[in-house]
Design a protein around this ligand. Structure first.
Ligand SMILES: Cc1cc2nc3c(=O)[nH]c(=O)nc-3n(C[C@H](O)[C@H](O)[C@H](O)COP(=O)(O)OP(=O)(O)OC[C@H]3O[C@@H](n4cnc5c(N)ncnc54)[C@H](O)[C@@H]3O)c2cc1C
Length: 417
């Protein structure tokens, strides 16, 4: 007899966890992703700033799931979902997969709040492609400043604006400032890279708004101490290739990065169920969608709540635990057992600011800043990296950087777009 076929859209944290939860199940699984690799997104900013190479933080999805015999991986873009026919269409119908159960874990993209034209001049960070694009823009800015004889133009090239004071924005600002001040200084003759301005723009009253206030304040102090110009309650109203406008101030800059918001994969709109303003699906307690108990939505594109009623944040643990819950509920349904509601276990939040500086909120009174949080951050990120090779390489790379301030991967590939 044919086994139930489970299709998983997305091989990120949620999709992989769903597949792994069903590894011993009497099912056939197909994981479909438009990229052939799983990316450890929390370390993308290290690739974007030249600290790590793409292969240090990513592994092929096929390799990741190679020992799972009931699982097949397809490289393709899911372009349509037909809930009535129970099919997903890949690459505009080049291939159609029929499913008995569907897990949608397609993640988010950056949101420009109605200003999609800003993306060209203010790229965001979500994929390895984005990280390499940012790396090129970041490193090229110093080359352009060195190239120019015009003092005003040099200042513009040496001004980096990062929009969004969440963990990604704060981490990018911290590392870019450190690199400009320390790692690059000896490499340039005509410019002083230590004169680089890194401006972090946050629309709200504090950076890291999902962290407790004392840790936000600590992160702010640490960022300012290394020279980052942090602007709070500041809204960017215009971005182009030459400048950024904040209120009445126009800041000449050629290098802007966007870390200010996310929008769900457009696939969520095809499900025809209620979503929030960011397109995230309001799922049932068991993570299925209303009216189609065979379809689950997990990870960043699902709206779920914690025990205390607060929303589950868009973090890796939310996706991993959601994927595992959906996979388990598929097996429970097949085994005619009752489904379990999704319960989020908050394992804590972390963000790193720079050398010896991070903040960690592990719940209750377990809040840390400074060097303790920094070592915790290193330990946890290395532990969760996929593959022993990656863990080893990243540790060696970080140790090297720690003692030498050298950044490993300062190659500019192609010309700045
Ligand atoms: C820069 C950055 C830093 C972060 N830092 C942290 C951190 O420090 N700690 C933390 O806990 N979380 C962090 N996060 C958040 C965390 O990475 C996300 O919460 C998590 O990746 C969500 O998992 P997911 O499975 O929902 O989506 P993703 O991991 O984004 O996976 C979605 C997958 O779906 C694929 N896909 C999308 N659409 C399609 C389609 N139509 N067809 C086929 N495939 C498709 C994508 O290629 C991708 O592989 C960070 C995120 C970013 C971007």
């Amino acid at each position: 007899m044919q086994r139930p076929h489970v299709v998983i859209v997305g091989g990120g944290f949620g999709g992989i966890a769903a597949a792994q939860a069903m590894r011993r199940g009497n099912v056939d699984i197909t994981v479909i992703d438009r990229h052939n690799h799983f990316v450890f997104q929390p370390l993308l900013y290290q690739v974007a700033s030249g600290g790590l190479a793409p292969s240090d933080i990513a592994v092929p999805i096929r390799w990741y799931l190679r020992q799972q015999e009931n699982t097949n991986v397809l490289l393709g873009d899911v372009t349509a979902i037909d809930l009535e026919a129970r099919t997903v269409s890949i690459d505009d119908g080049r291939r159609v997969e029929r499913y008995d159960y569907l897990v949608v874990a397609a993640g988010t993209r950056h949101a420009y709040f109605g200003h999609d034209d800003w993306e060209r001049d203010a790229p965001g960070l979500k994929s390895l492609g984005d990280a390499l694009h940012i790396r090129t823009r970041f490193l090229s800015a110093f080359e352009q400043a060195e190239f120019s004889d015009d003092p005003a133009e040099r200042v513009a090239w040496q001004t980096i604006v990062i929009v969004g004071g969440g963990p990604t924005g704060a981490e990018l600002a911290g590392i870019m400032m450190t690199i400009a001040r320390k790692a690059l200084r000896q490499d340039f003759r005509r410019i002083d890279t230590a004169q680089t301005r890194v401006i972090l723009v946050e629309g709200g009253p504090r950076i890291l708004p999902t962290f407790p206030e004392n840790l936000s304040a600590r992160a702010l102090t640490d960022l300012r101490a290394i020279g980052v110009d942090v602007r709070l309650n500041a809204m960017v109203s215009h971005v182009d290739g030459e400048s950024v406008r904040i209120g009445d101030e126009v800041i000449p800059t050629r290098t802007v990065f966007w870390a200010a918001g996310n929008v769900a994969s457009p696939l969520t709109r095809q499900l025809g169920v209620p979503t929030d303003r960011s397109g995230r699906v309001l799922v049932e307690p068991d993570l299925s969608i209303p009216g189609h108990s065979e379809v689950f939505v997990v990870g960043d594109i699902a709206v779920t709540t914690q025990k205390d009623g607060r929303p589950v944040p868009g973090v890796a643990q939310g996706a991993i635990q959601g994927g595992a819950c959906a996979g388990d509920n598929v097996l429970r349904t097949i085994g005619r057992r009752e489904r379990k509601p999704f319960r989020y276990w908050n394992k804590g939040d972390m963000a790193t600011i720079g050398r010896h500086s991070a903040v960690a909120d592990l719940g209750g009174s377990l809040q840390f800043g400074g060097i303790i949080a920094w070592f915790l951050w290193i330990f946890i990120h290395v532990t969760y990296l996929a593959g022993f090779r990656n863990r080893l390489v990243v540790l060696v790379q970080w140790a090297w950087e720690y003692f030498t301030y050298e950044r490993g991967v300062r190659l500019i590939l192609g010309r700045r777009g």
